[in-house]
Design a protein around this ligand. Structure first.
Ligand code: SAH
Ligand code: SF4
Length: 381
């Protein structure tokens, strides 16, 4: 069977080339053609010996999953839907800003964690993406955008693993994909500009720290275990004290001297000033006080099946003020691409649910509100 070369990091490609009787420097040349130049056609790789190009054309190919759709938002955000076969499709989103270009990519078709407030979680889980399918999102987007913008230099400066799926539940495919992103012969992204976001798979956080330490974002969403377990069921396995312990250990290896905590603002569920103070106390009781982390408040992007509403802007502000008063650096995430359903938690793609998550979710008790949702207007903001 022919190999898709997007599946390999540089060591993997060197091993593949060795199998063809080629020296490691040939793999480096080939890797640069593919990732730096976006070339998929071996016959165009003119500085490779004709004999190698011939061997490659019988044993390998370079191909991204087909693009099913491309949508552009009024704010410049672009969303692609990739067909990964057997009825599964995953999404990637490009978010341009003045000083950077960020690509948000998916790691799985669906997600088995099943968070209440996440549309991917509501869809259930189909399968892990391969390394090639993860890398292909970057390969395709980077080279498409260069052509589209008429630019010969790099367009994507940051990658966030914040699309569909839990990256640390697809660890074996994730690590080579991260290495392709970081490689000087690949995309040459700095470790500080590649972020893995996790709902808290503690043992894999420890492994990531050793295998490929990149920037880490941890989805917290609640200041105590009872509520967190309802929102992020993985908390039953890895409760807060263990999760925060893993964050502390990660810091020693992290390319930045802080960890980002993501906190999705759900009206009447996790957004009171008391909960902000509780969050500050929990975080502040770990490591070096409060300056080892940043809190990123994400306004909830509603979707009907969640039964949840987003907090009104003034409640988000009050929550942020309470955190800052406790010494925590806090930001409020600007929502991008909402008109094309490309905002956080809205990526749903199309997934064959093989775990019956949808059925289990609909049978589950809904999240307990700590107070009545404030206004329905919050849902539209
Ligand atoms: N599985 C990983 C990464 C993908 S989700 C994780 O959970 O961290 C990326 C971020 O989007 C997470 O912080 C997640 O909590 C957040 N998110 C999910 N659904 C959301 C929604 N409906 N509105 C706002 N943020 C959401
Ligand atoms: Fe999975 Fe992350 Fe969505 Fe939770 S928030 S269901 S972990 S993708």
């Amino acid at each position: 069977m022919k190999a898709n070369l997007l599946d390999f990091d540089i060591e993997g490609l060197a091993a593949f080339c060795a199998g063809l009787g080629e020296k490691p420097f040939r793999a480096t040349q080939l890797f640069r053609w593919i990732h730096q130049r976006g070339e998929a056609n071996f016959s165009e790789m003119t500085d490779l010996a004709k004999s190698l190009r011939d061997k490659l054309s019988v044993s390998a190919f370079v191909k991204a999953p087909a693009v099913l759709s491309q949508q552009a938002s009024v704010d410049g955000t672009i969303k692609w839907l990739f067909d990964v076969g057997a009825g599964d499709a995953v999404e990637a989103v490009f978010i341009p800003e003045t000083d950077r270009g960020t690509l948000c990519i998916s790691s799985q078709a669906g997600c088995a964690v099943g968070c209440r407030f996440c549309s991917t979680g509501h869809q259930g889980f189909s399968r892990n993406l391969s390394t090639g399918e993860i890398v292909a999102q970057l390969w395709f987007a980077e080279h498409f955008l260069r052509k589209h913008l008429g630019q010969s230099t790099r367009v994507i400066s940051n990658v966030v693993m914040m699309g569909m799926g839990e990256p640390l539940q697809n660890y074996a495919a994730l690590i080579p994909a991260l290495r392709v992103m970081l490689s000087d012969h690949g995309y040459g992204l700095s470790r500080r500009r590649v972020t893995v976001s996790t709902s808290g798979v503690v043992p894999m956080m420890d492994r990531l720290a050793v295998d490929c330490p990149v920037a880490l974002a941890v989805s917290l969403h609640a200041p105590e275990d009872h509520l967190r377990s309802q929102l992020v069921p993985l908390n039953l396995k890895y409760p807060l004290v263990e999760l925060l312990g893993a964050c502390e250990r990660y810091l020693a290896h992290a390319p930045r001297d802080f960890i980002t905590f993501e906190y999705c603002m759900l009206d009447g569920v996790n957004d009171s000033v008391e909960q902000a103070q509780q969050l500050a106390a929990v975080v502040g009781s770990h490591a070096s006080g409060t300056d080892w982390c940043k809190i990123n408040l994400i306004p909830f992007n509603p979707f009907p099946a969640s039964g949840l509403l987003c907090s009104a802007p003034e409640r988000v502000q009050a929550f942020a003020r309470a955190l800052m008063a406790s010494g925590l650096t806090t930001t409020i995430r600007k929502t991008r691409g909402q008109d094309i359903d490309a905002a956080c938690g809205q990526l749903a793609g199309d997934v064959m649910d093989r775990t019956r998550v949808q059925e289990r979710m609909s049978n589950q008790r809904t999240v307990q509100f700590v107070r009545a949702p404030s206004t329905l207007a919050g849902a539209a903001s």
